[in-house]
Design a protein around this ligand. Structure first.
Ligand SMILES: C[S@@+](CC[C@H](N)C(=O)[O-])C[C@H]1O[C@@H](n2cnc3c(N)ncnc32)[C@H](O)[C@@H]1O
Length: 281
């Protein structure tokens, strides 16, 4: 496979996680057909139609649906449940054990904190650009602290983190080069960036643009990126700053059927990037 060869050349470990029962995945795909029939008309007539009209005027137009979800954290949690049915937190379960000081970028309402609360070992600093989500997480007792900021210019000290996590958040960041530059500043030497994000499984028929990363629709930062796996790896390699090196890619087919995309099946990927001590700062 071309991707395997490319990863080998880059010296990146490539793992496929086959823990999930294929029969379970097939059952969930069947449930998805019901979801699709129920949700797609709503998605199409309200959000997609509005989106295709407005983007002609402004490619970074923020859709009404996204704006509504950003305003109401409860709606965000509900949509996570639907899109990640039956386990909204299953995306976190393939994280390696977390230890040390962890910066959680785009922490949202704190679903990762809720999931990790019995684990100990990690001291979270929770950063998000949406203050409503931070307030909601605080109210629910999921956060000990919050930082209301975007990732490009974080008001925290150099070399203060062991791990920086982007859980389901990377595809919302518009300028990845800038984000990585800031991460390189915030990470200690030998520290790691973990990116857990959905990628599209089905390349054929899913539209030409999905073979390369492309930006669509909107988030608080104005974008949602869509990648296939090879496009994701290439995009990472093109965006990393000098002191950062991609060390592994793990592909985990989740036991949920859709994740973010109503039309094409997706899998989750965990990319681990390391800050090398000997690289220029
Ligand atoms: C899909 S949510 C993921 C939330 C959470 N990590 C989870 O797993 O439920 C993406 C989050 O990224 C945040 N976000 C988007 N762009 C950002 C940026 N430039 N800097 C920081 N956070 C950002 C959004 O406000 C949103 O809360």
């Amino acid at each position: 496979m071309e991707l395997d060869r490319d990863l080998q050349q880059l010296g990146v470990a490539h793992r496929m996680d086959h823990r999930n029962n294929p029969v379970l995945i097939k059952c969930l795909e069947a449930v998805y057909v019901v979801y699709y029939a129920l949700l797609y008309p709503f998605y199409y007539f309200w959000n997609k139609r509005d989106f295709s009209r407005q983007t002609k005027k402004n490619p970074f137009y923020v859709s009404k649906l996204v704006r509504l979800i950003e305003k109401h954290p409860l709606l965000y949690e509900l949509s996570m449940y639907v899109l990640n049915f039956p386990h909204p937190t299953s995306v976190y379960r393939f994280f390696p054990p977390m230890e040390g000081k962890v910066l959680q970028v785009g922490c949202g309402t704190g679903l990762l904190n809720k999931w990790a609360r019995h684990m100990g070992g990690a001291e979270f600093v929770n950063l998000d650009i949406n203050e409503r989500y931070l307030q909601y997480g605080l109210k629910k007792g999921r956060y000990q602290n919050t930082v209301h900021s975007g990732i490009y210019d974080v008001p925290l000290e150099d070399e203060s983190f062991d791990i920086i996590v982007f859980a389901r958040c990377f595809h919302h960041i518009r300028h990845h080069k800038k984000a990585f530059k800031e991460c390189a500043r915030l990470l200690k030497d030998g520290g790691q960036i973990w990116i857990a994000d959905p990628v599209i499984l089905q390349e054929e028929g899913s539209g030409k643009q999905m073979n390369a990363g492309y930006m669509a629709n909107s988030s608080i930062d104005g974008v949602i990126w869509r990648f296939t796996k090879p496009a994701f790896v290439k995009h990472l390699a093109d965006s990393l700053s000098e002191s950062l090196r991609l060390v592994s890619i793990t592909d985990v087919r989740q036991p949920h059927m859709t994740n973010y995309n109503l039309k094409y099946p997706q899998t989750d990927i965990l990319a681990v990037i390391e800050k090398t001590a000997d690289a220029p700062k």
